[in-house]
Write a protein that binds this ligand. Structure first.
Ligand SMILES: Nc1ncnc2c1ncn2[C@@H]1O[C@H](COP(=O)(O)OP(=O)(O)OP(=O)(O)O)[C@@H](O)[C@H]1O
Ligand SMILES: [Mg+2]
Length: 197
């Protein structure tokens, strides 16, 4: 284990919540008293822009010397794979539990070596608890059980009023704001599960 913990958010599907979860986990760790270095390996720079917005308002959300590094990436191939995924202590793969999205993430998971598989945590995002989603999650559970590696975190519900405004940036930690109890619970459950190794 490195001195500092590296948590990498990745996955080949676009728009599934990698940056949302990377930013939210940064906020969550900070609210728990753990400093975070948030690095952005995505050319879109969603996480970096967020960090800069917060900084311009006097809130320093990212510190280079922090004990935890969170990396937001654009996907699982090329430079991201070499630079971040191989070095990661925890590889977080957000996904929307539709059959089509699952095929992509499961295909990637089955293509990586056993050691890397053991570091993967899948995070269902935008849960609406439809039958299609339940079936998708059941399918993934079965696959992880068969493989004997990889984990599934509880995940986040689809909350258009809560999660998209995260990227606006703030002058203080997200969890200092009045946050709905249900939101707090799902965030705690998901990130505690990611940290549990
Ligand atoms: N749980 C959620 N509820 C509602 N909206 C969400 C949720 N998670 C993410 N979103 C929204 O979905 C969109 C895509 O999320 P995000 O940018 O985090 O995905 P990404 O995987 O980083 O995308 P990209 O591949 O473009 O980097 C954003 O507008 C975000 O606000
Ligand atoms: Mg992103």
């Amino acid at each position: 284990m490195n001195e500092s913990t590296l948590i990498v958010f990745t996955g080949d599907k676009g728009g599934v919540g990698k940056s949302t979860l990377a930013v939210l986990m940064t906020e969550w760790l900070l609210s728990q008293g753990t400093k975070v270095h948030l690095v952005d390996a995505d050319p879109n720079q969603t996480a970096k822009i967020w960090t800069e917005k917060c900084e311009s308002r006097g809130y320093k959300a990212s510190a280079p010397d922090a004990p935890v590094t969170i990396a937001d990436t654009a996907g699982t191939s090329g430079a991201s794979l070499n630079k971040y995924i191989r070095q990661a202590d925890i590889i977080v793969v957000p996904f929307q539990p539709h059959v089509a999205d699952l095929e992509t993430v499961v295909g990637w998971f089955l293509s990586i070596n056993a050691e890397l598989q053991g570091r993967v945590v899948f995070v269902p995002n935008r849960l609406t608890h439809t039958k299609e989603q339940r079936d998708g999650l059941e399918e993934l559970r079965k696959i992880l059980k068969e493989v004997g590696r990889g984990r599934l975190a509880p995940g986040l519900a689809d909350r258009p009023a809560v999660y998209p405004p995260l990227f606006n940036g703030r002058k203080e930690n997200f969890f200092n704001l009045p946050v709905d109890e249900k939101v707090k619970q799902e965030v705690h459950a998901t990130f505690r599960s990611i940290m549990k190794r």
